[in-house]
Write a protein that binds this ligand. Sequence first.
Ligand code: ZN
Length: 255
Amino acid sequence: MRINRTKKAKKVLAVYQSAFGFHEPYQVIVDGTFAQAALRVKVHIAEQLPRYLASTVQLLTTRCLISELDTLAAALKDRDQFLGPKLVLRRFQNRHCGHAKGCSAAACLKDMVGDSNKHRYVIATQDPQVMQQFKHVAGVPIITINGGRLFLMRPSPATQEHLQQKSEEKLGVESHEEKLLRKLNAVLQRQKQASASASALLSNKKKRKKKKKSKKGTGTTQSSSSSSSSSSSSSGGGGDTSAKQKKKNKKKTGK
Ligand SMILES: [Zn+2]
């Protein structure tokens, strides 16, 4: 089962690799909701995520993502519920997000990713708002926990649109290249044909010259030799055939 899931995840990752330049180690930003869900279903992120993706990963978080857990704990007056996820996030590398005053997790992640996700972050979240906001940015892989397991989501509509545009551009380039190639081939073929006909003309002229020379120089000797040979053969062979015919005639008359 895991092999299948890993294969699927690898296929999705391959899309991000080829179209957006993602590479190992994948930089995964983990938020509080994901850490909380992972604890609930006993998924050890640092152990199981690299195995699921069959790749090396770098687990990251930000100060805003950690501090949001404090805010939630204070709001819900439930410190214990958010202590575990906070400890999980604290183990990950803290990536500088530039929010000195702090902001919500969704806003922080939005800024980290920006318009084009140029740092090629993978987002590990369980927050529907975060998932929704990245549907509109191409090239943002999202990992969630689904049915108690890690799950790399299919490329978003924005990502798919980007892929289609890219493939169309590629086709356009190919057709342009094809046109150029066709023109080049046509030119080359014309050159070949021209050179071939020129060489044919030259060789014909040479042949004619040779023929003329041979007729002038060796014409008499050739004709004499041929006539002598033919006469000799005709005399010998002819004699044979006439004798055979005579025999045949004799047989016919005898019967
Ligand atoms: Zn931040």
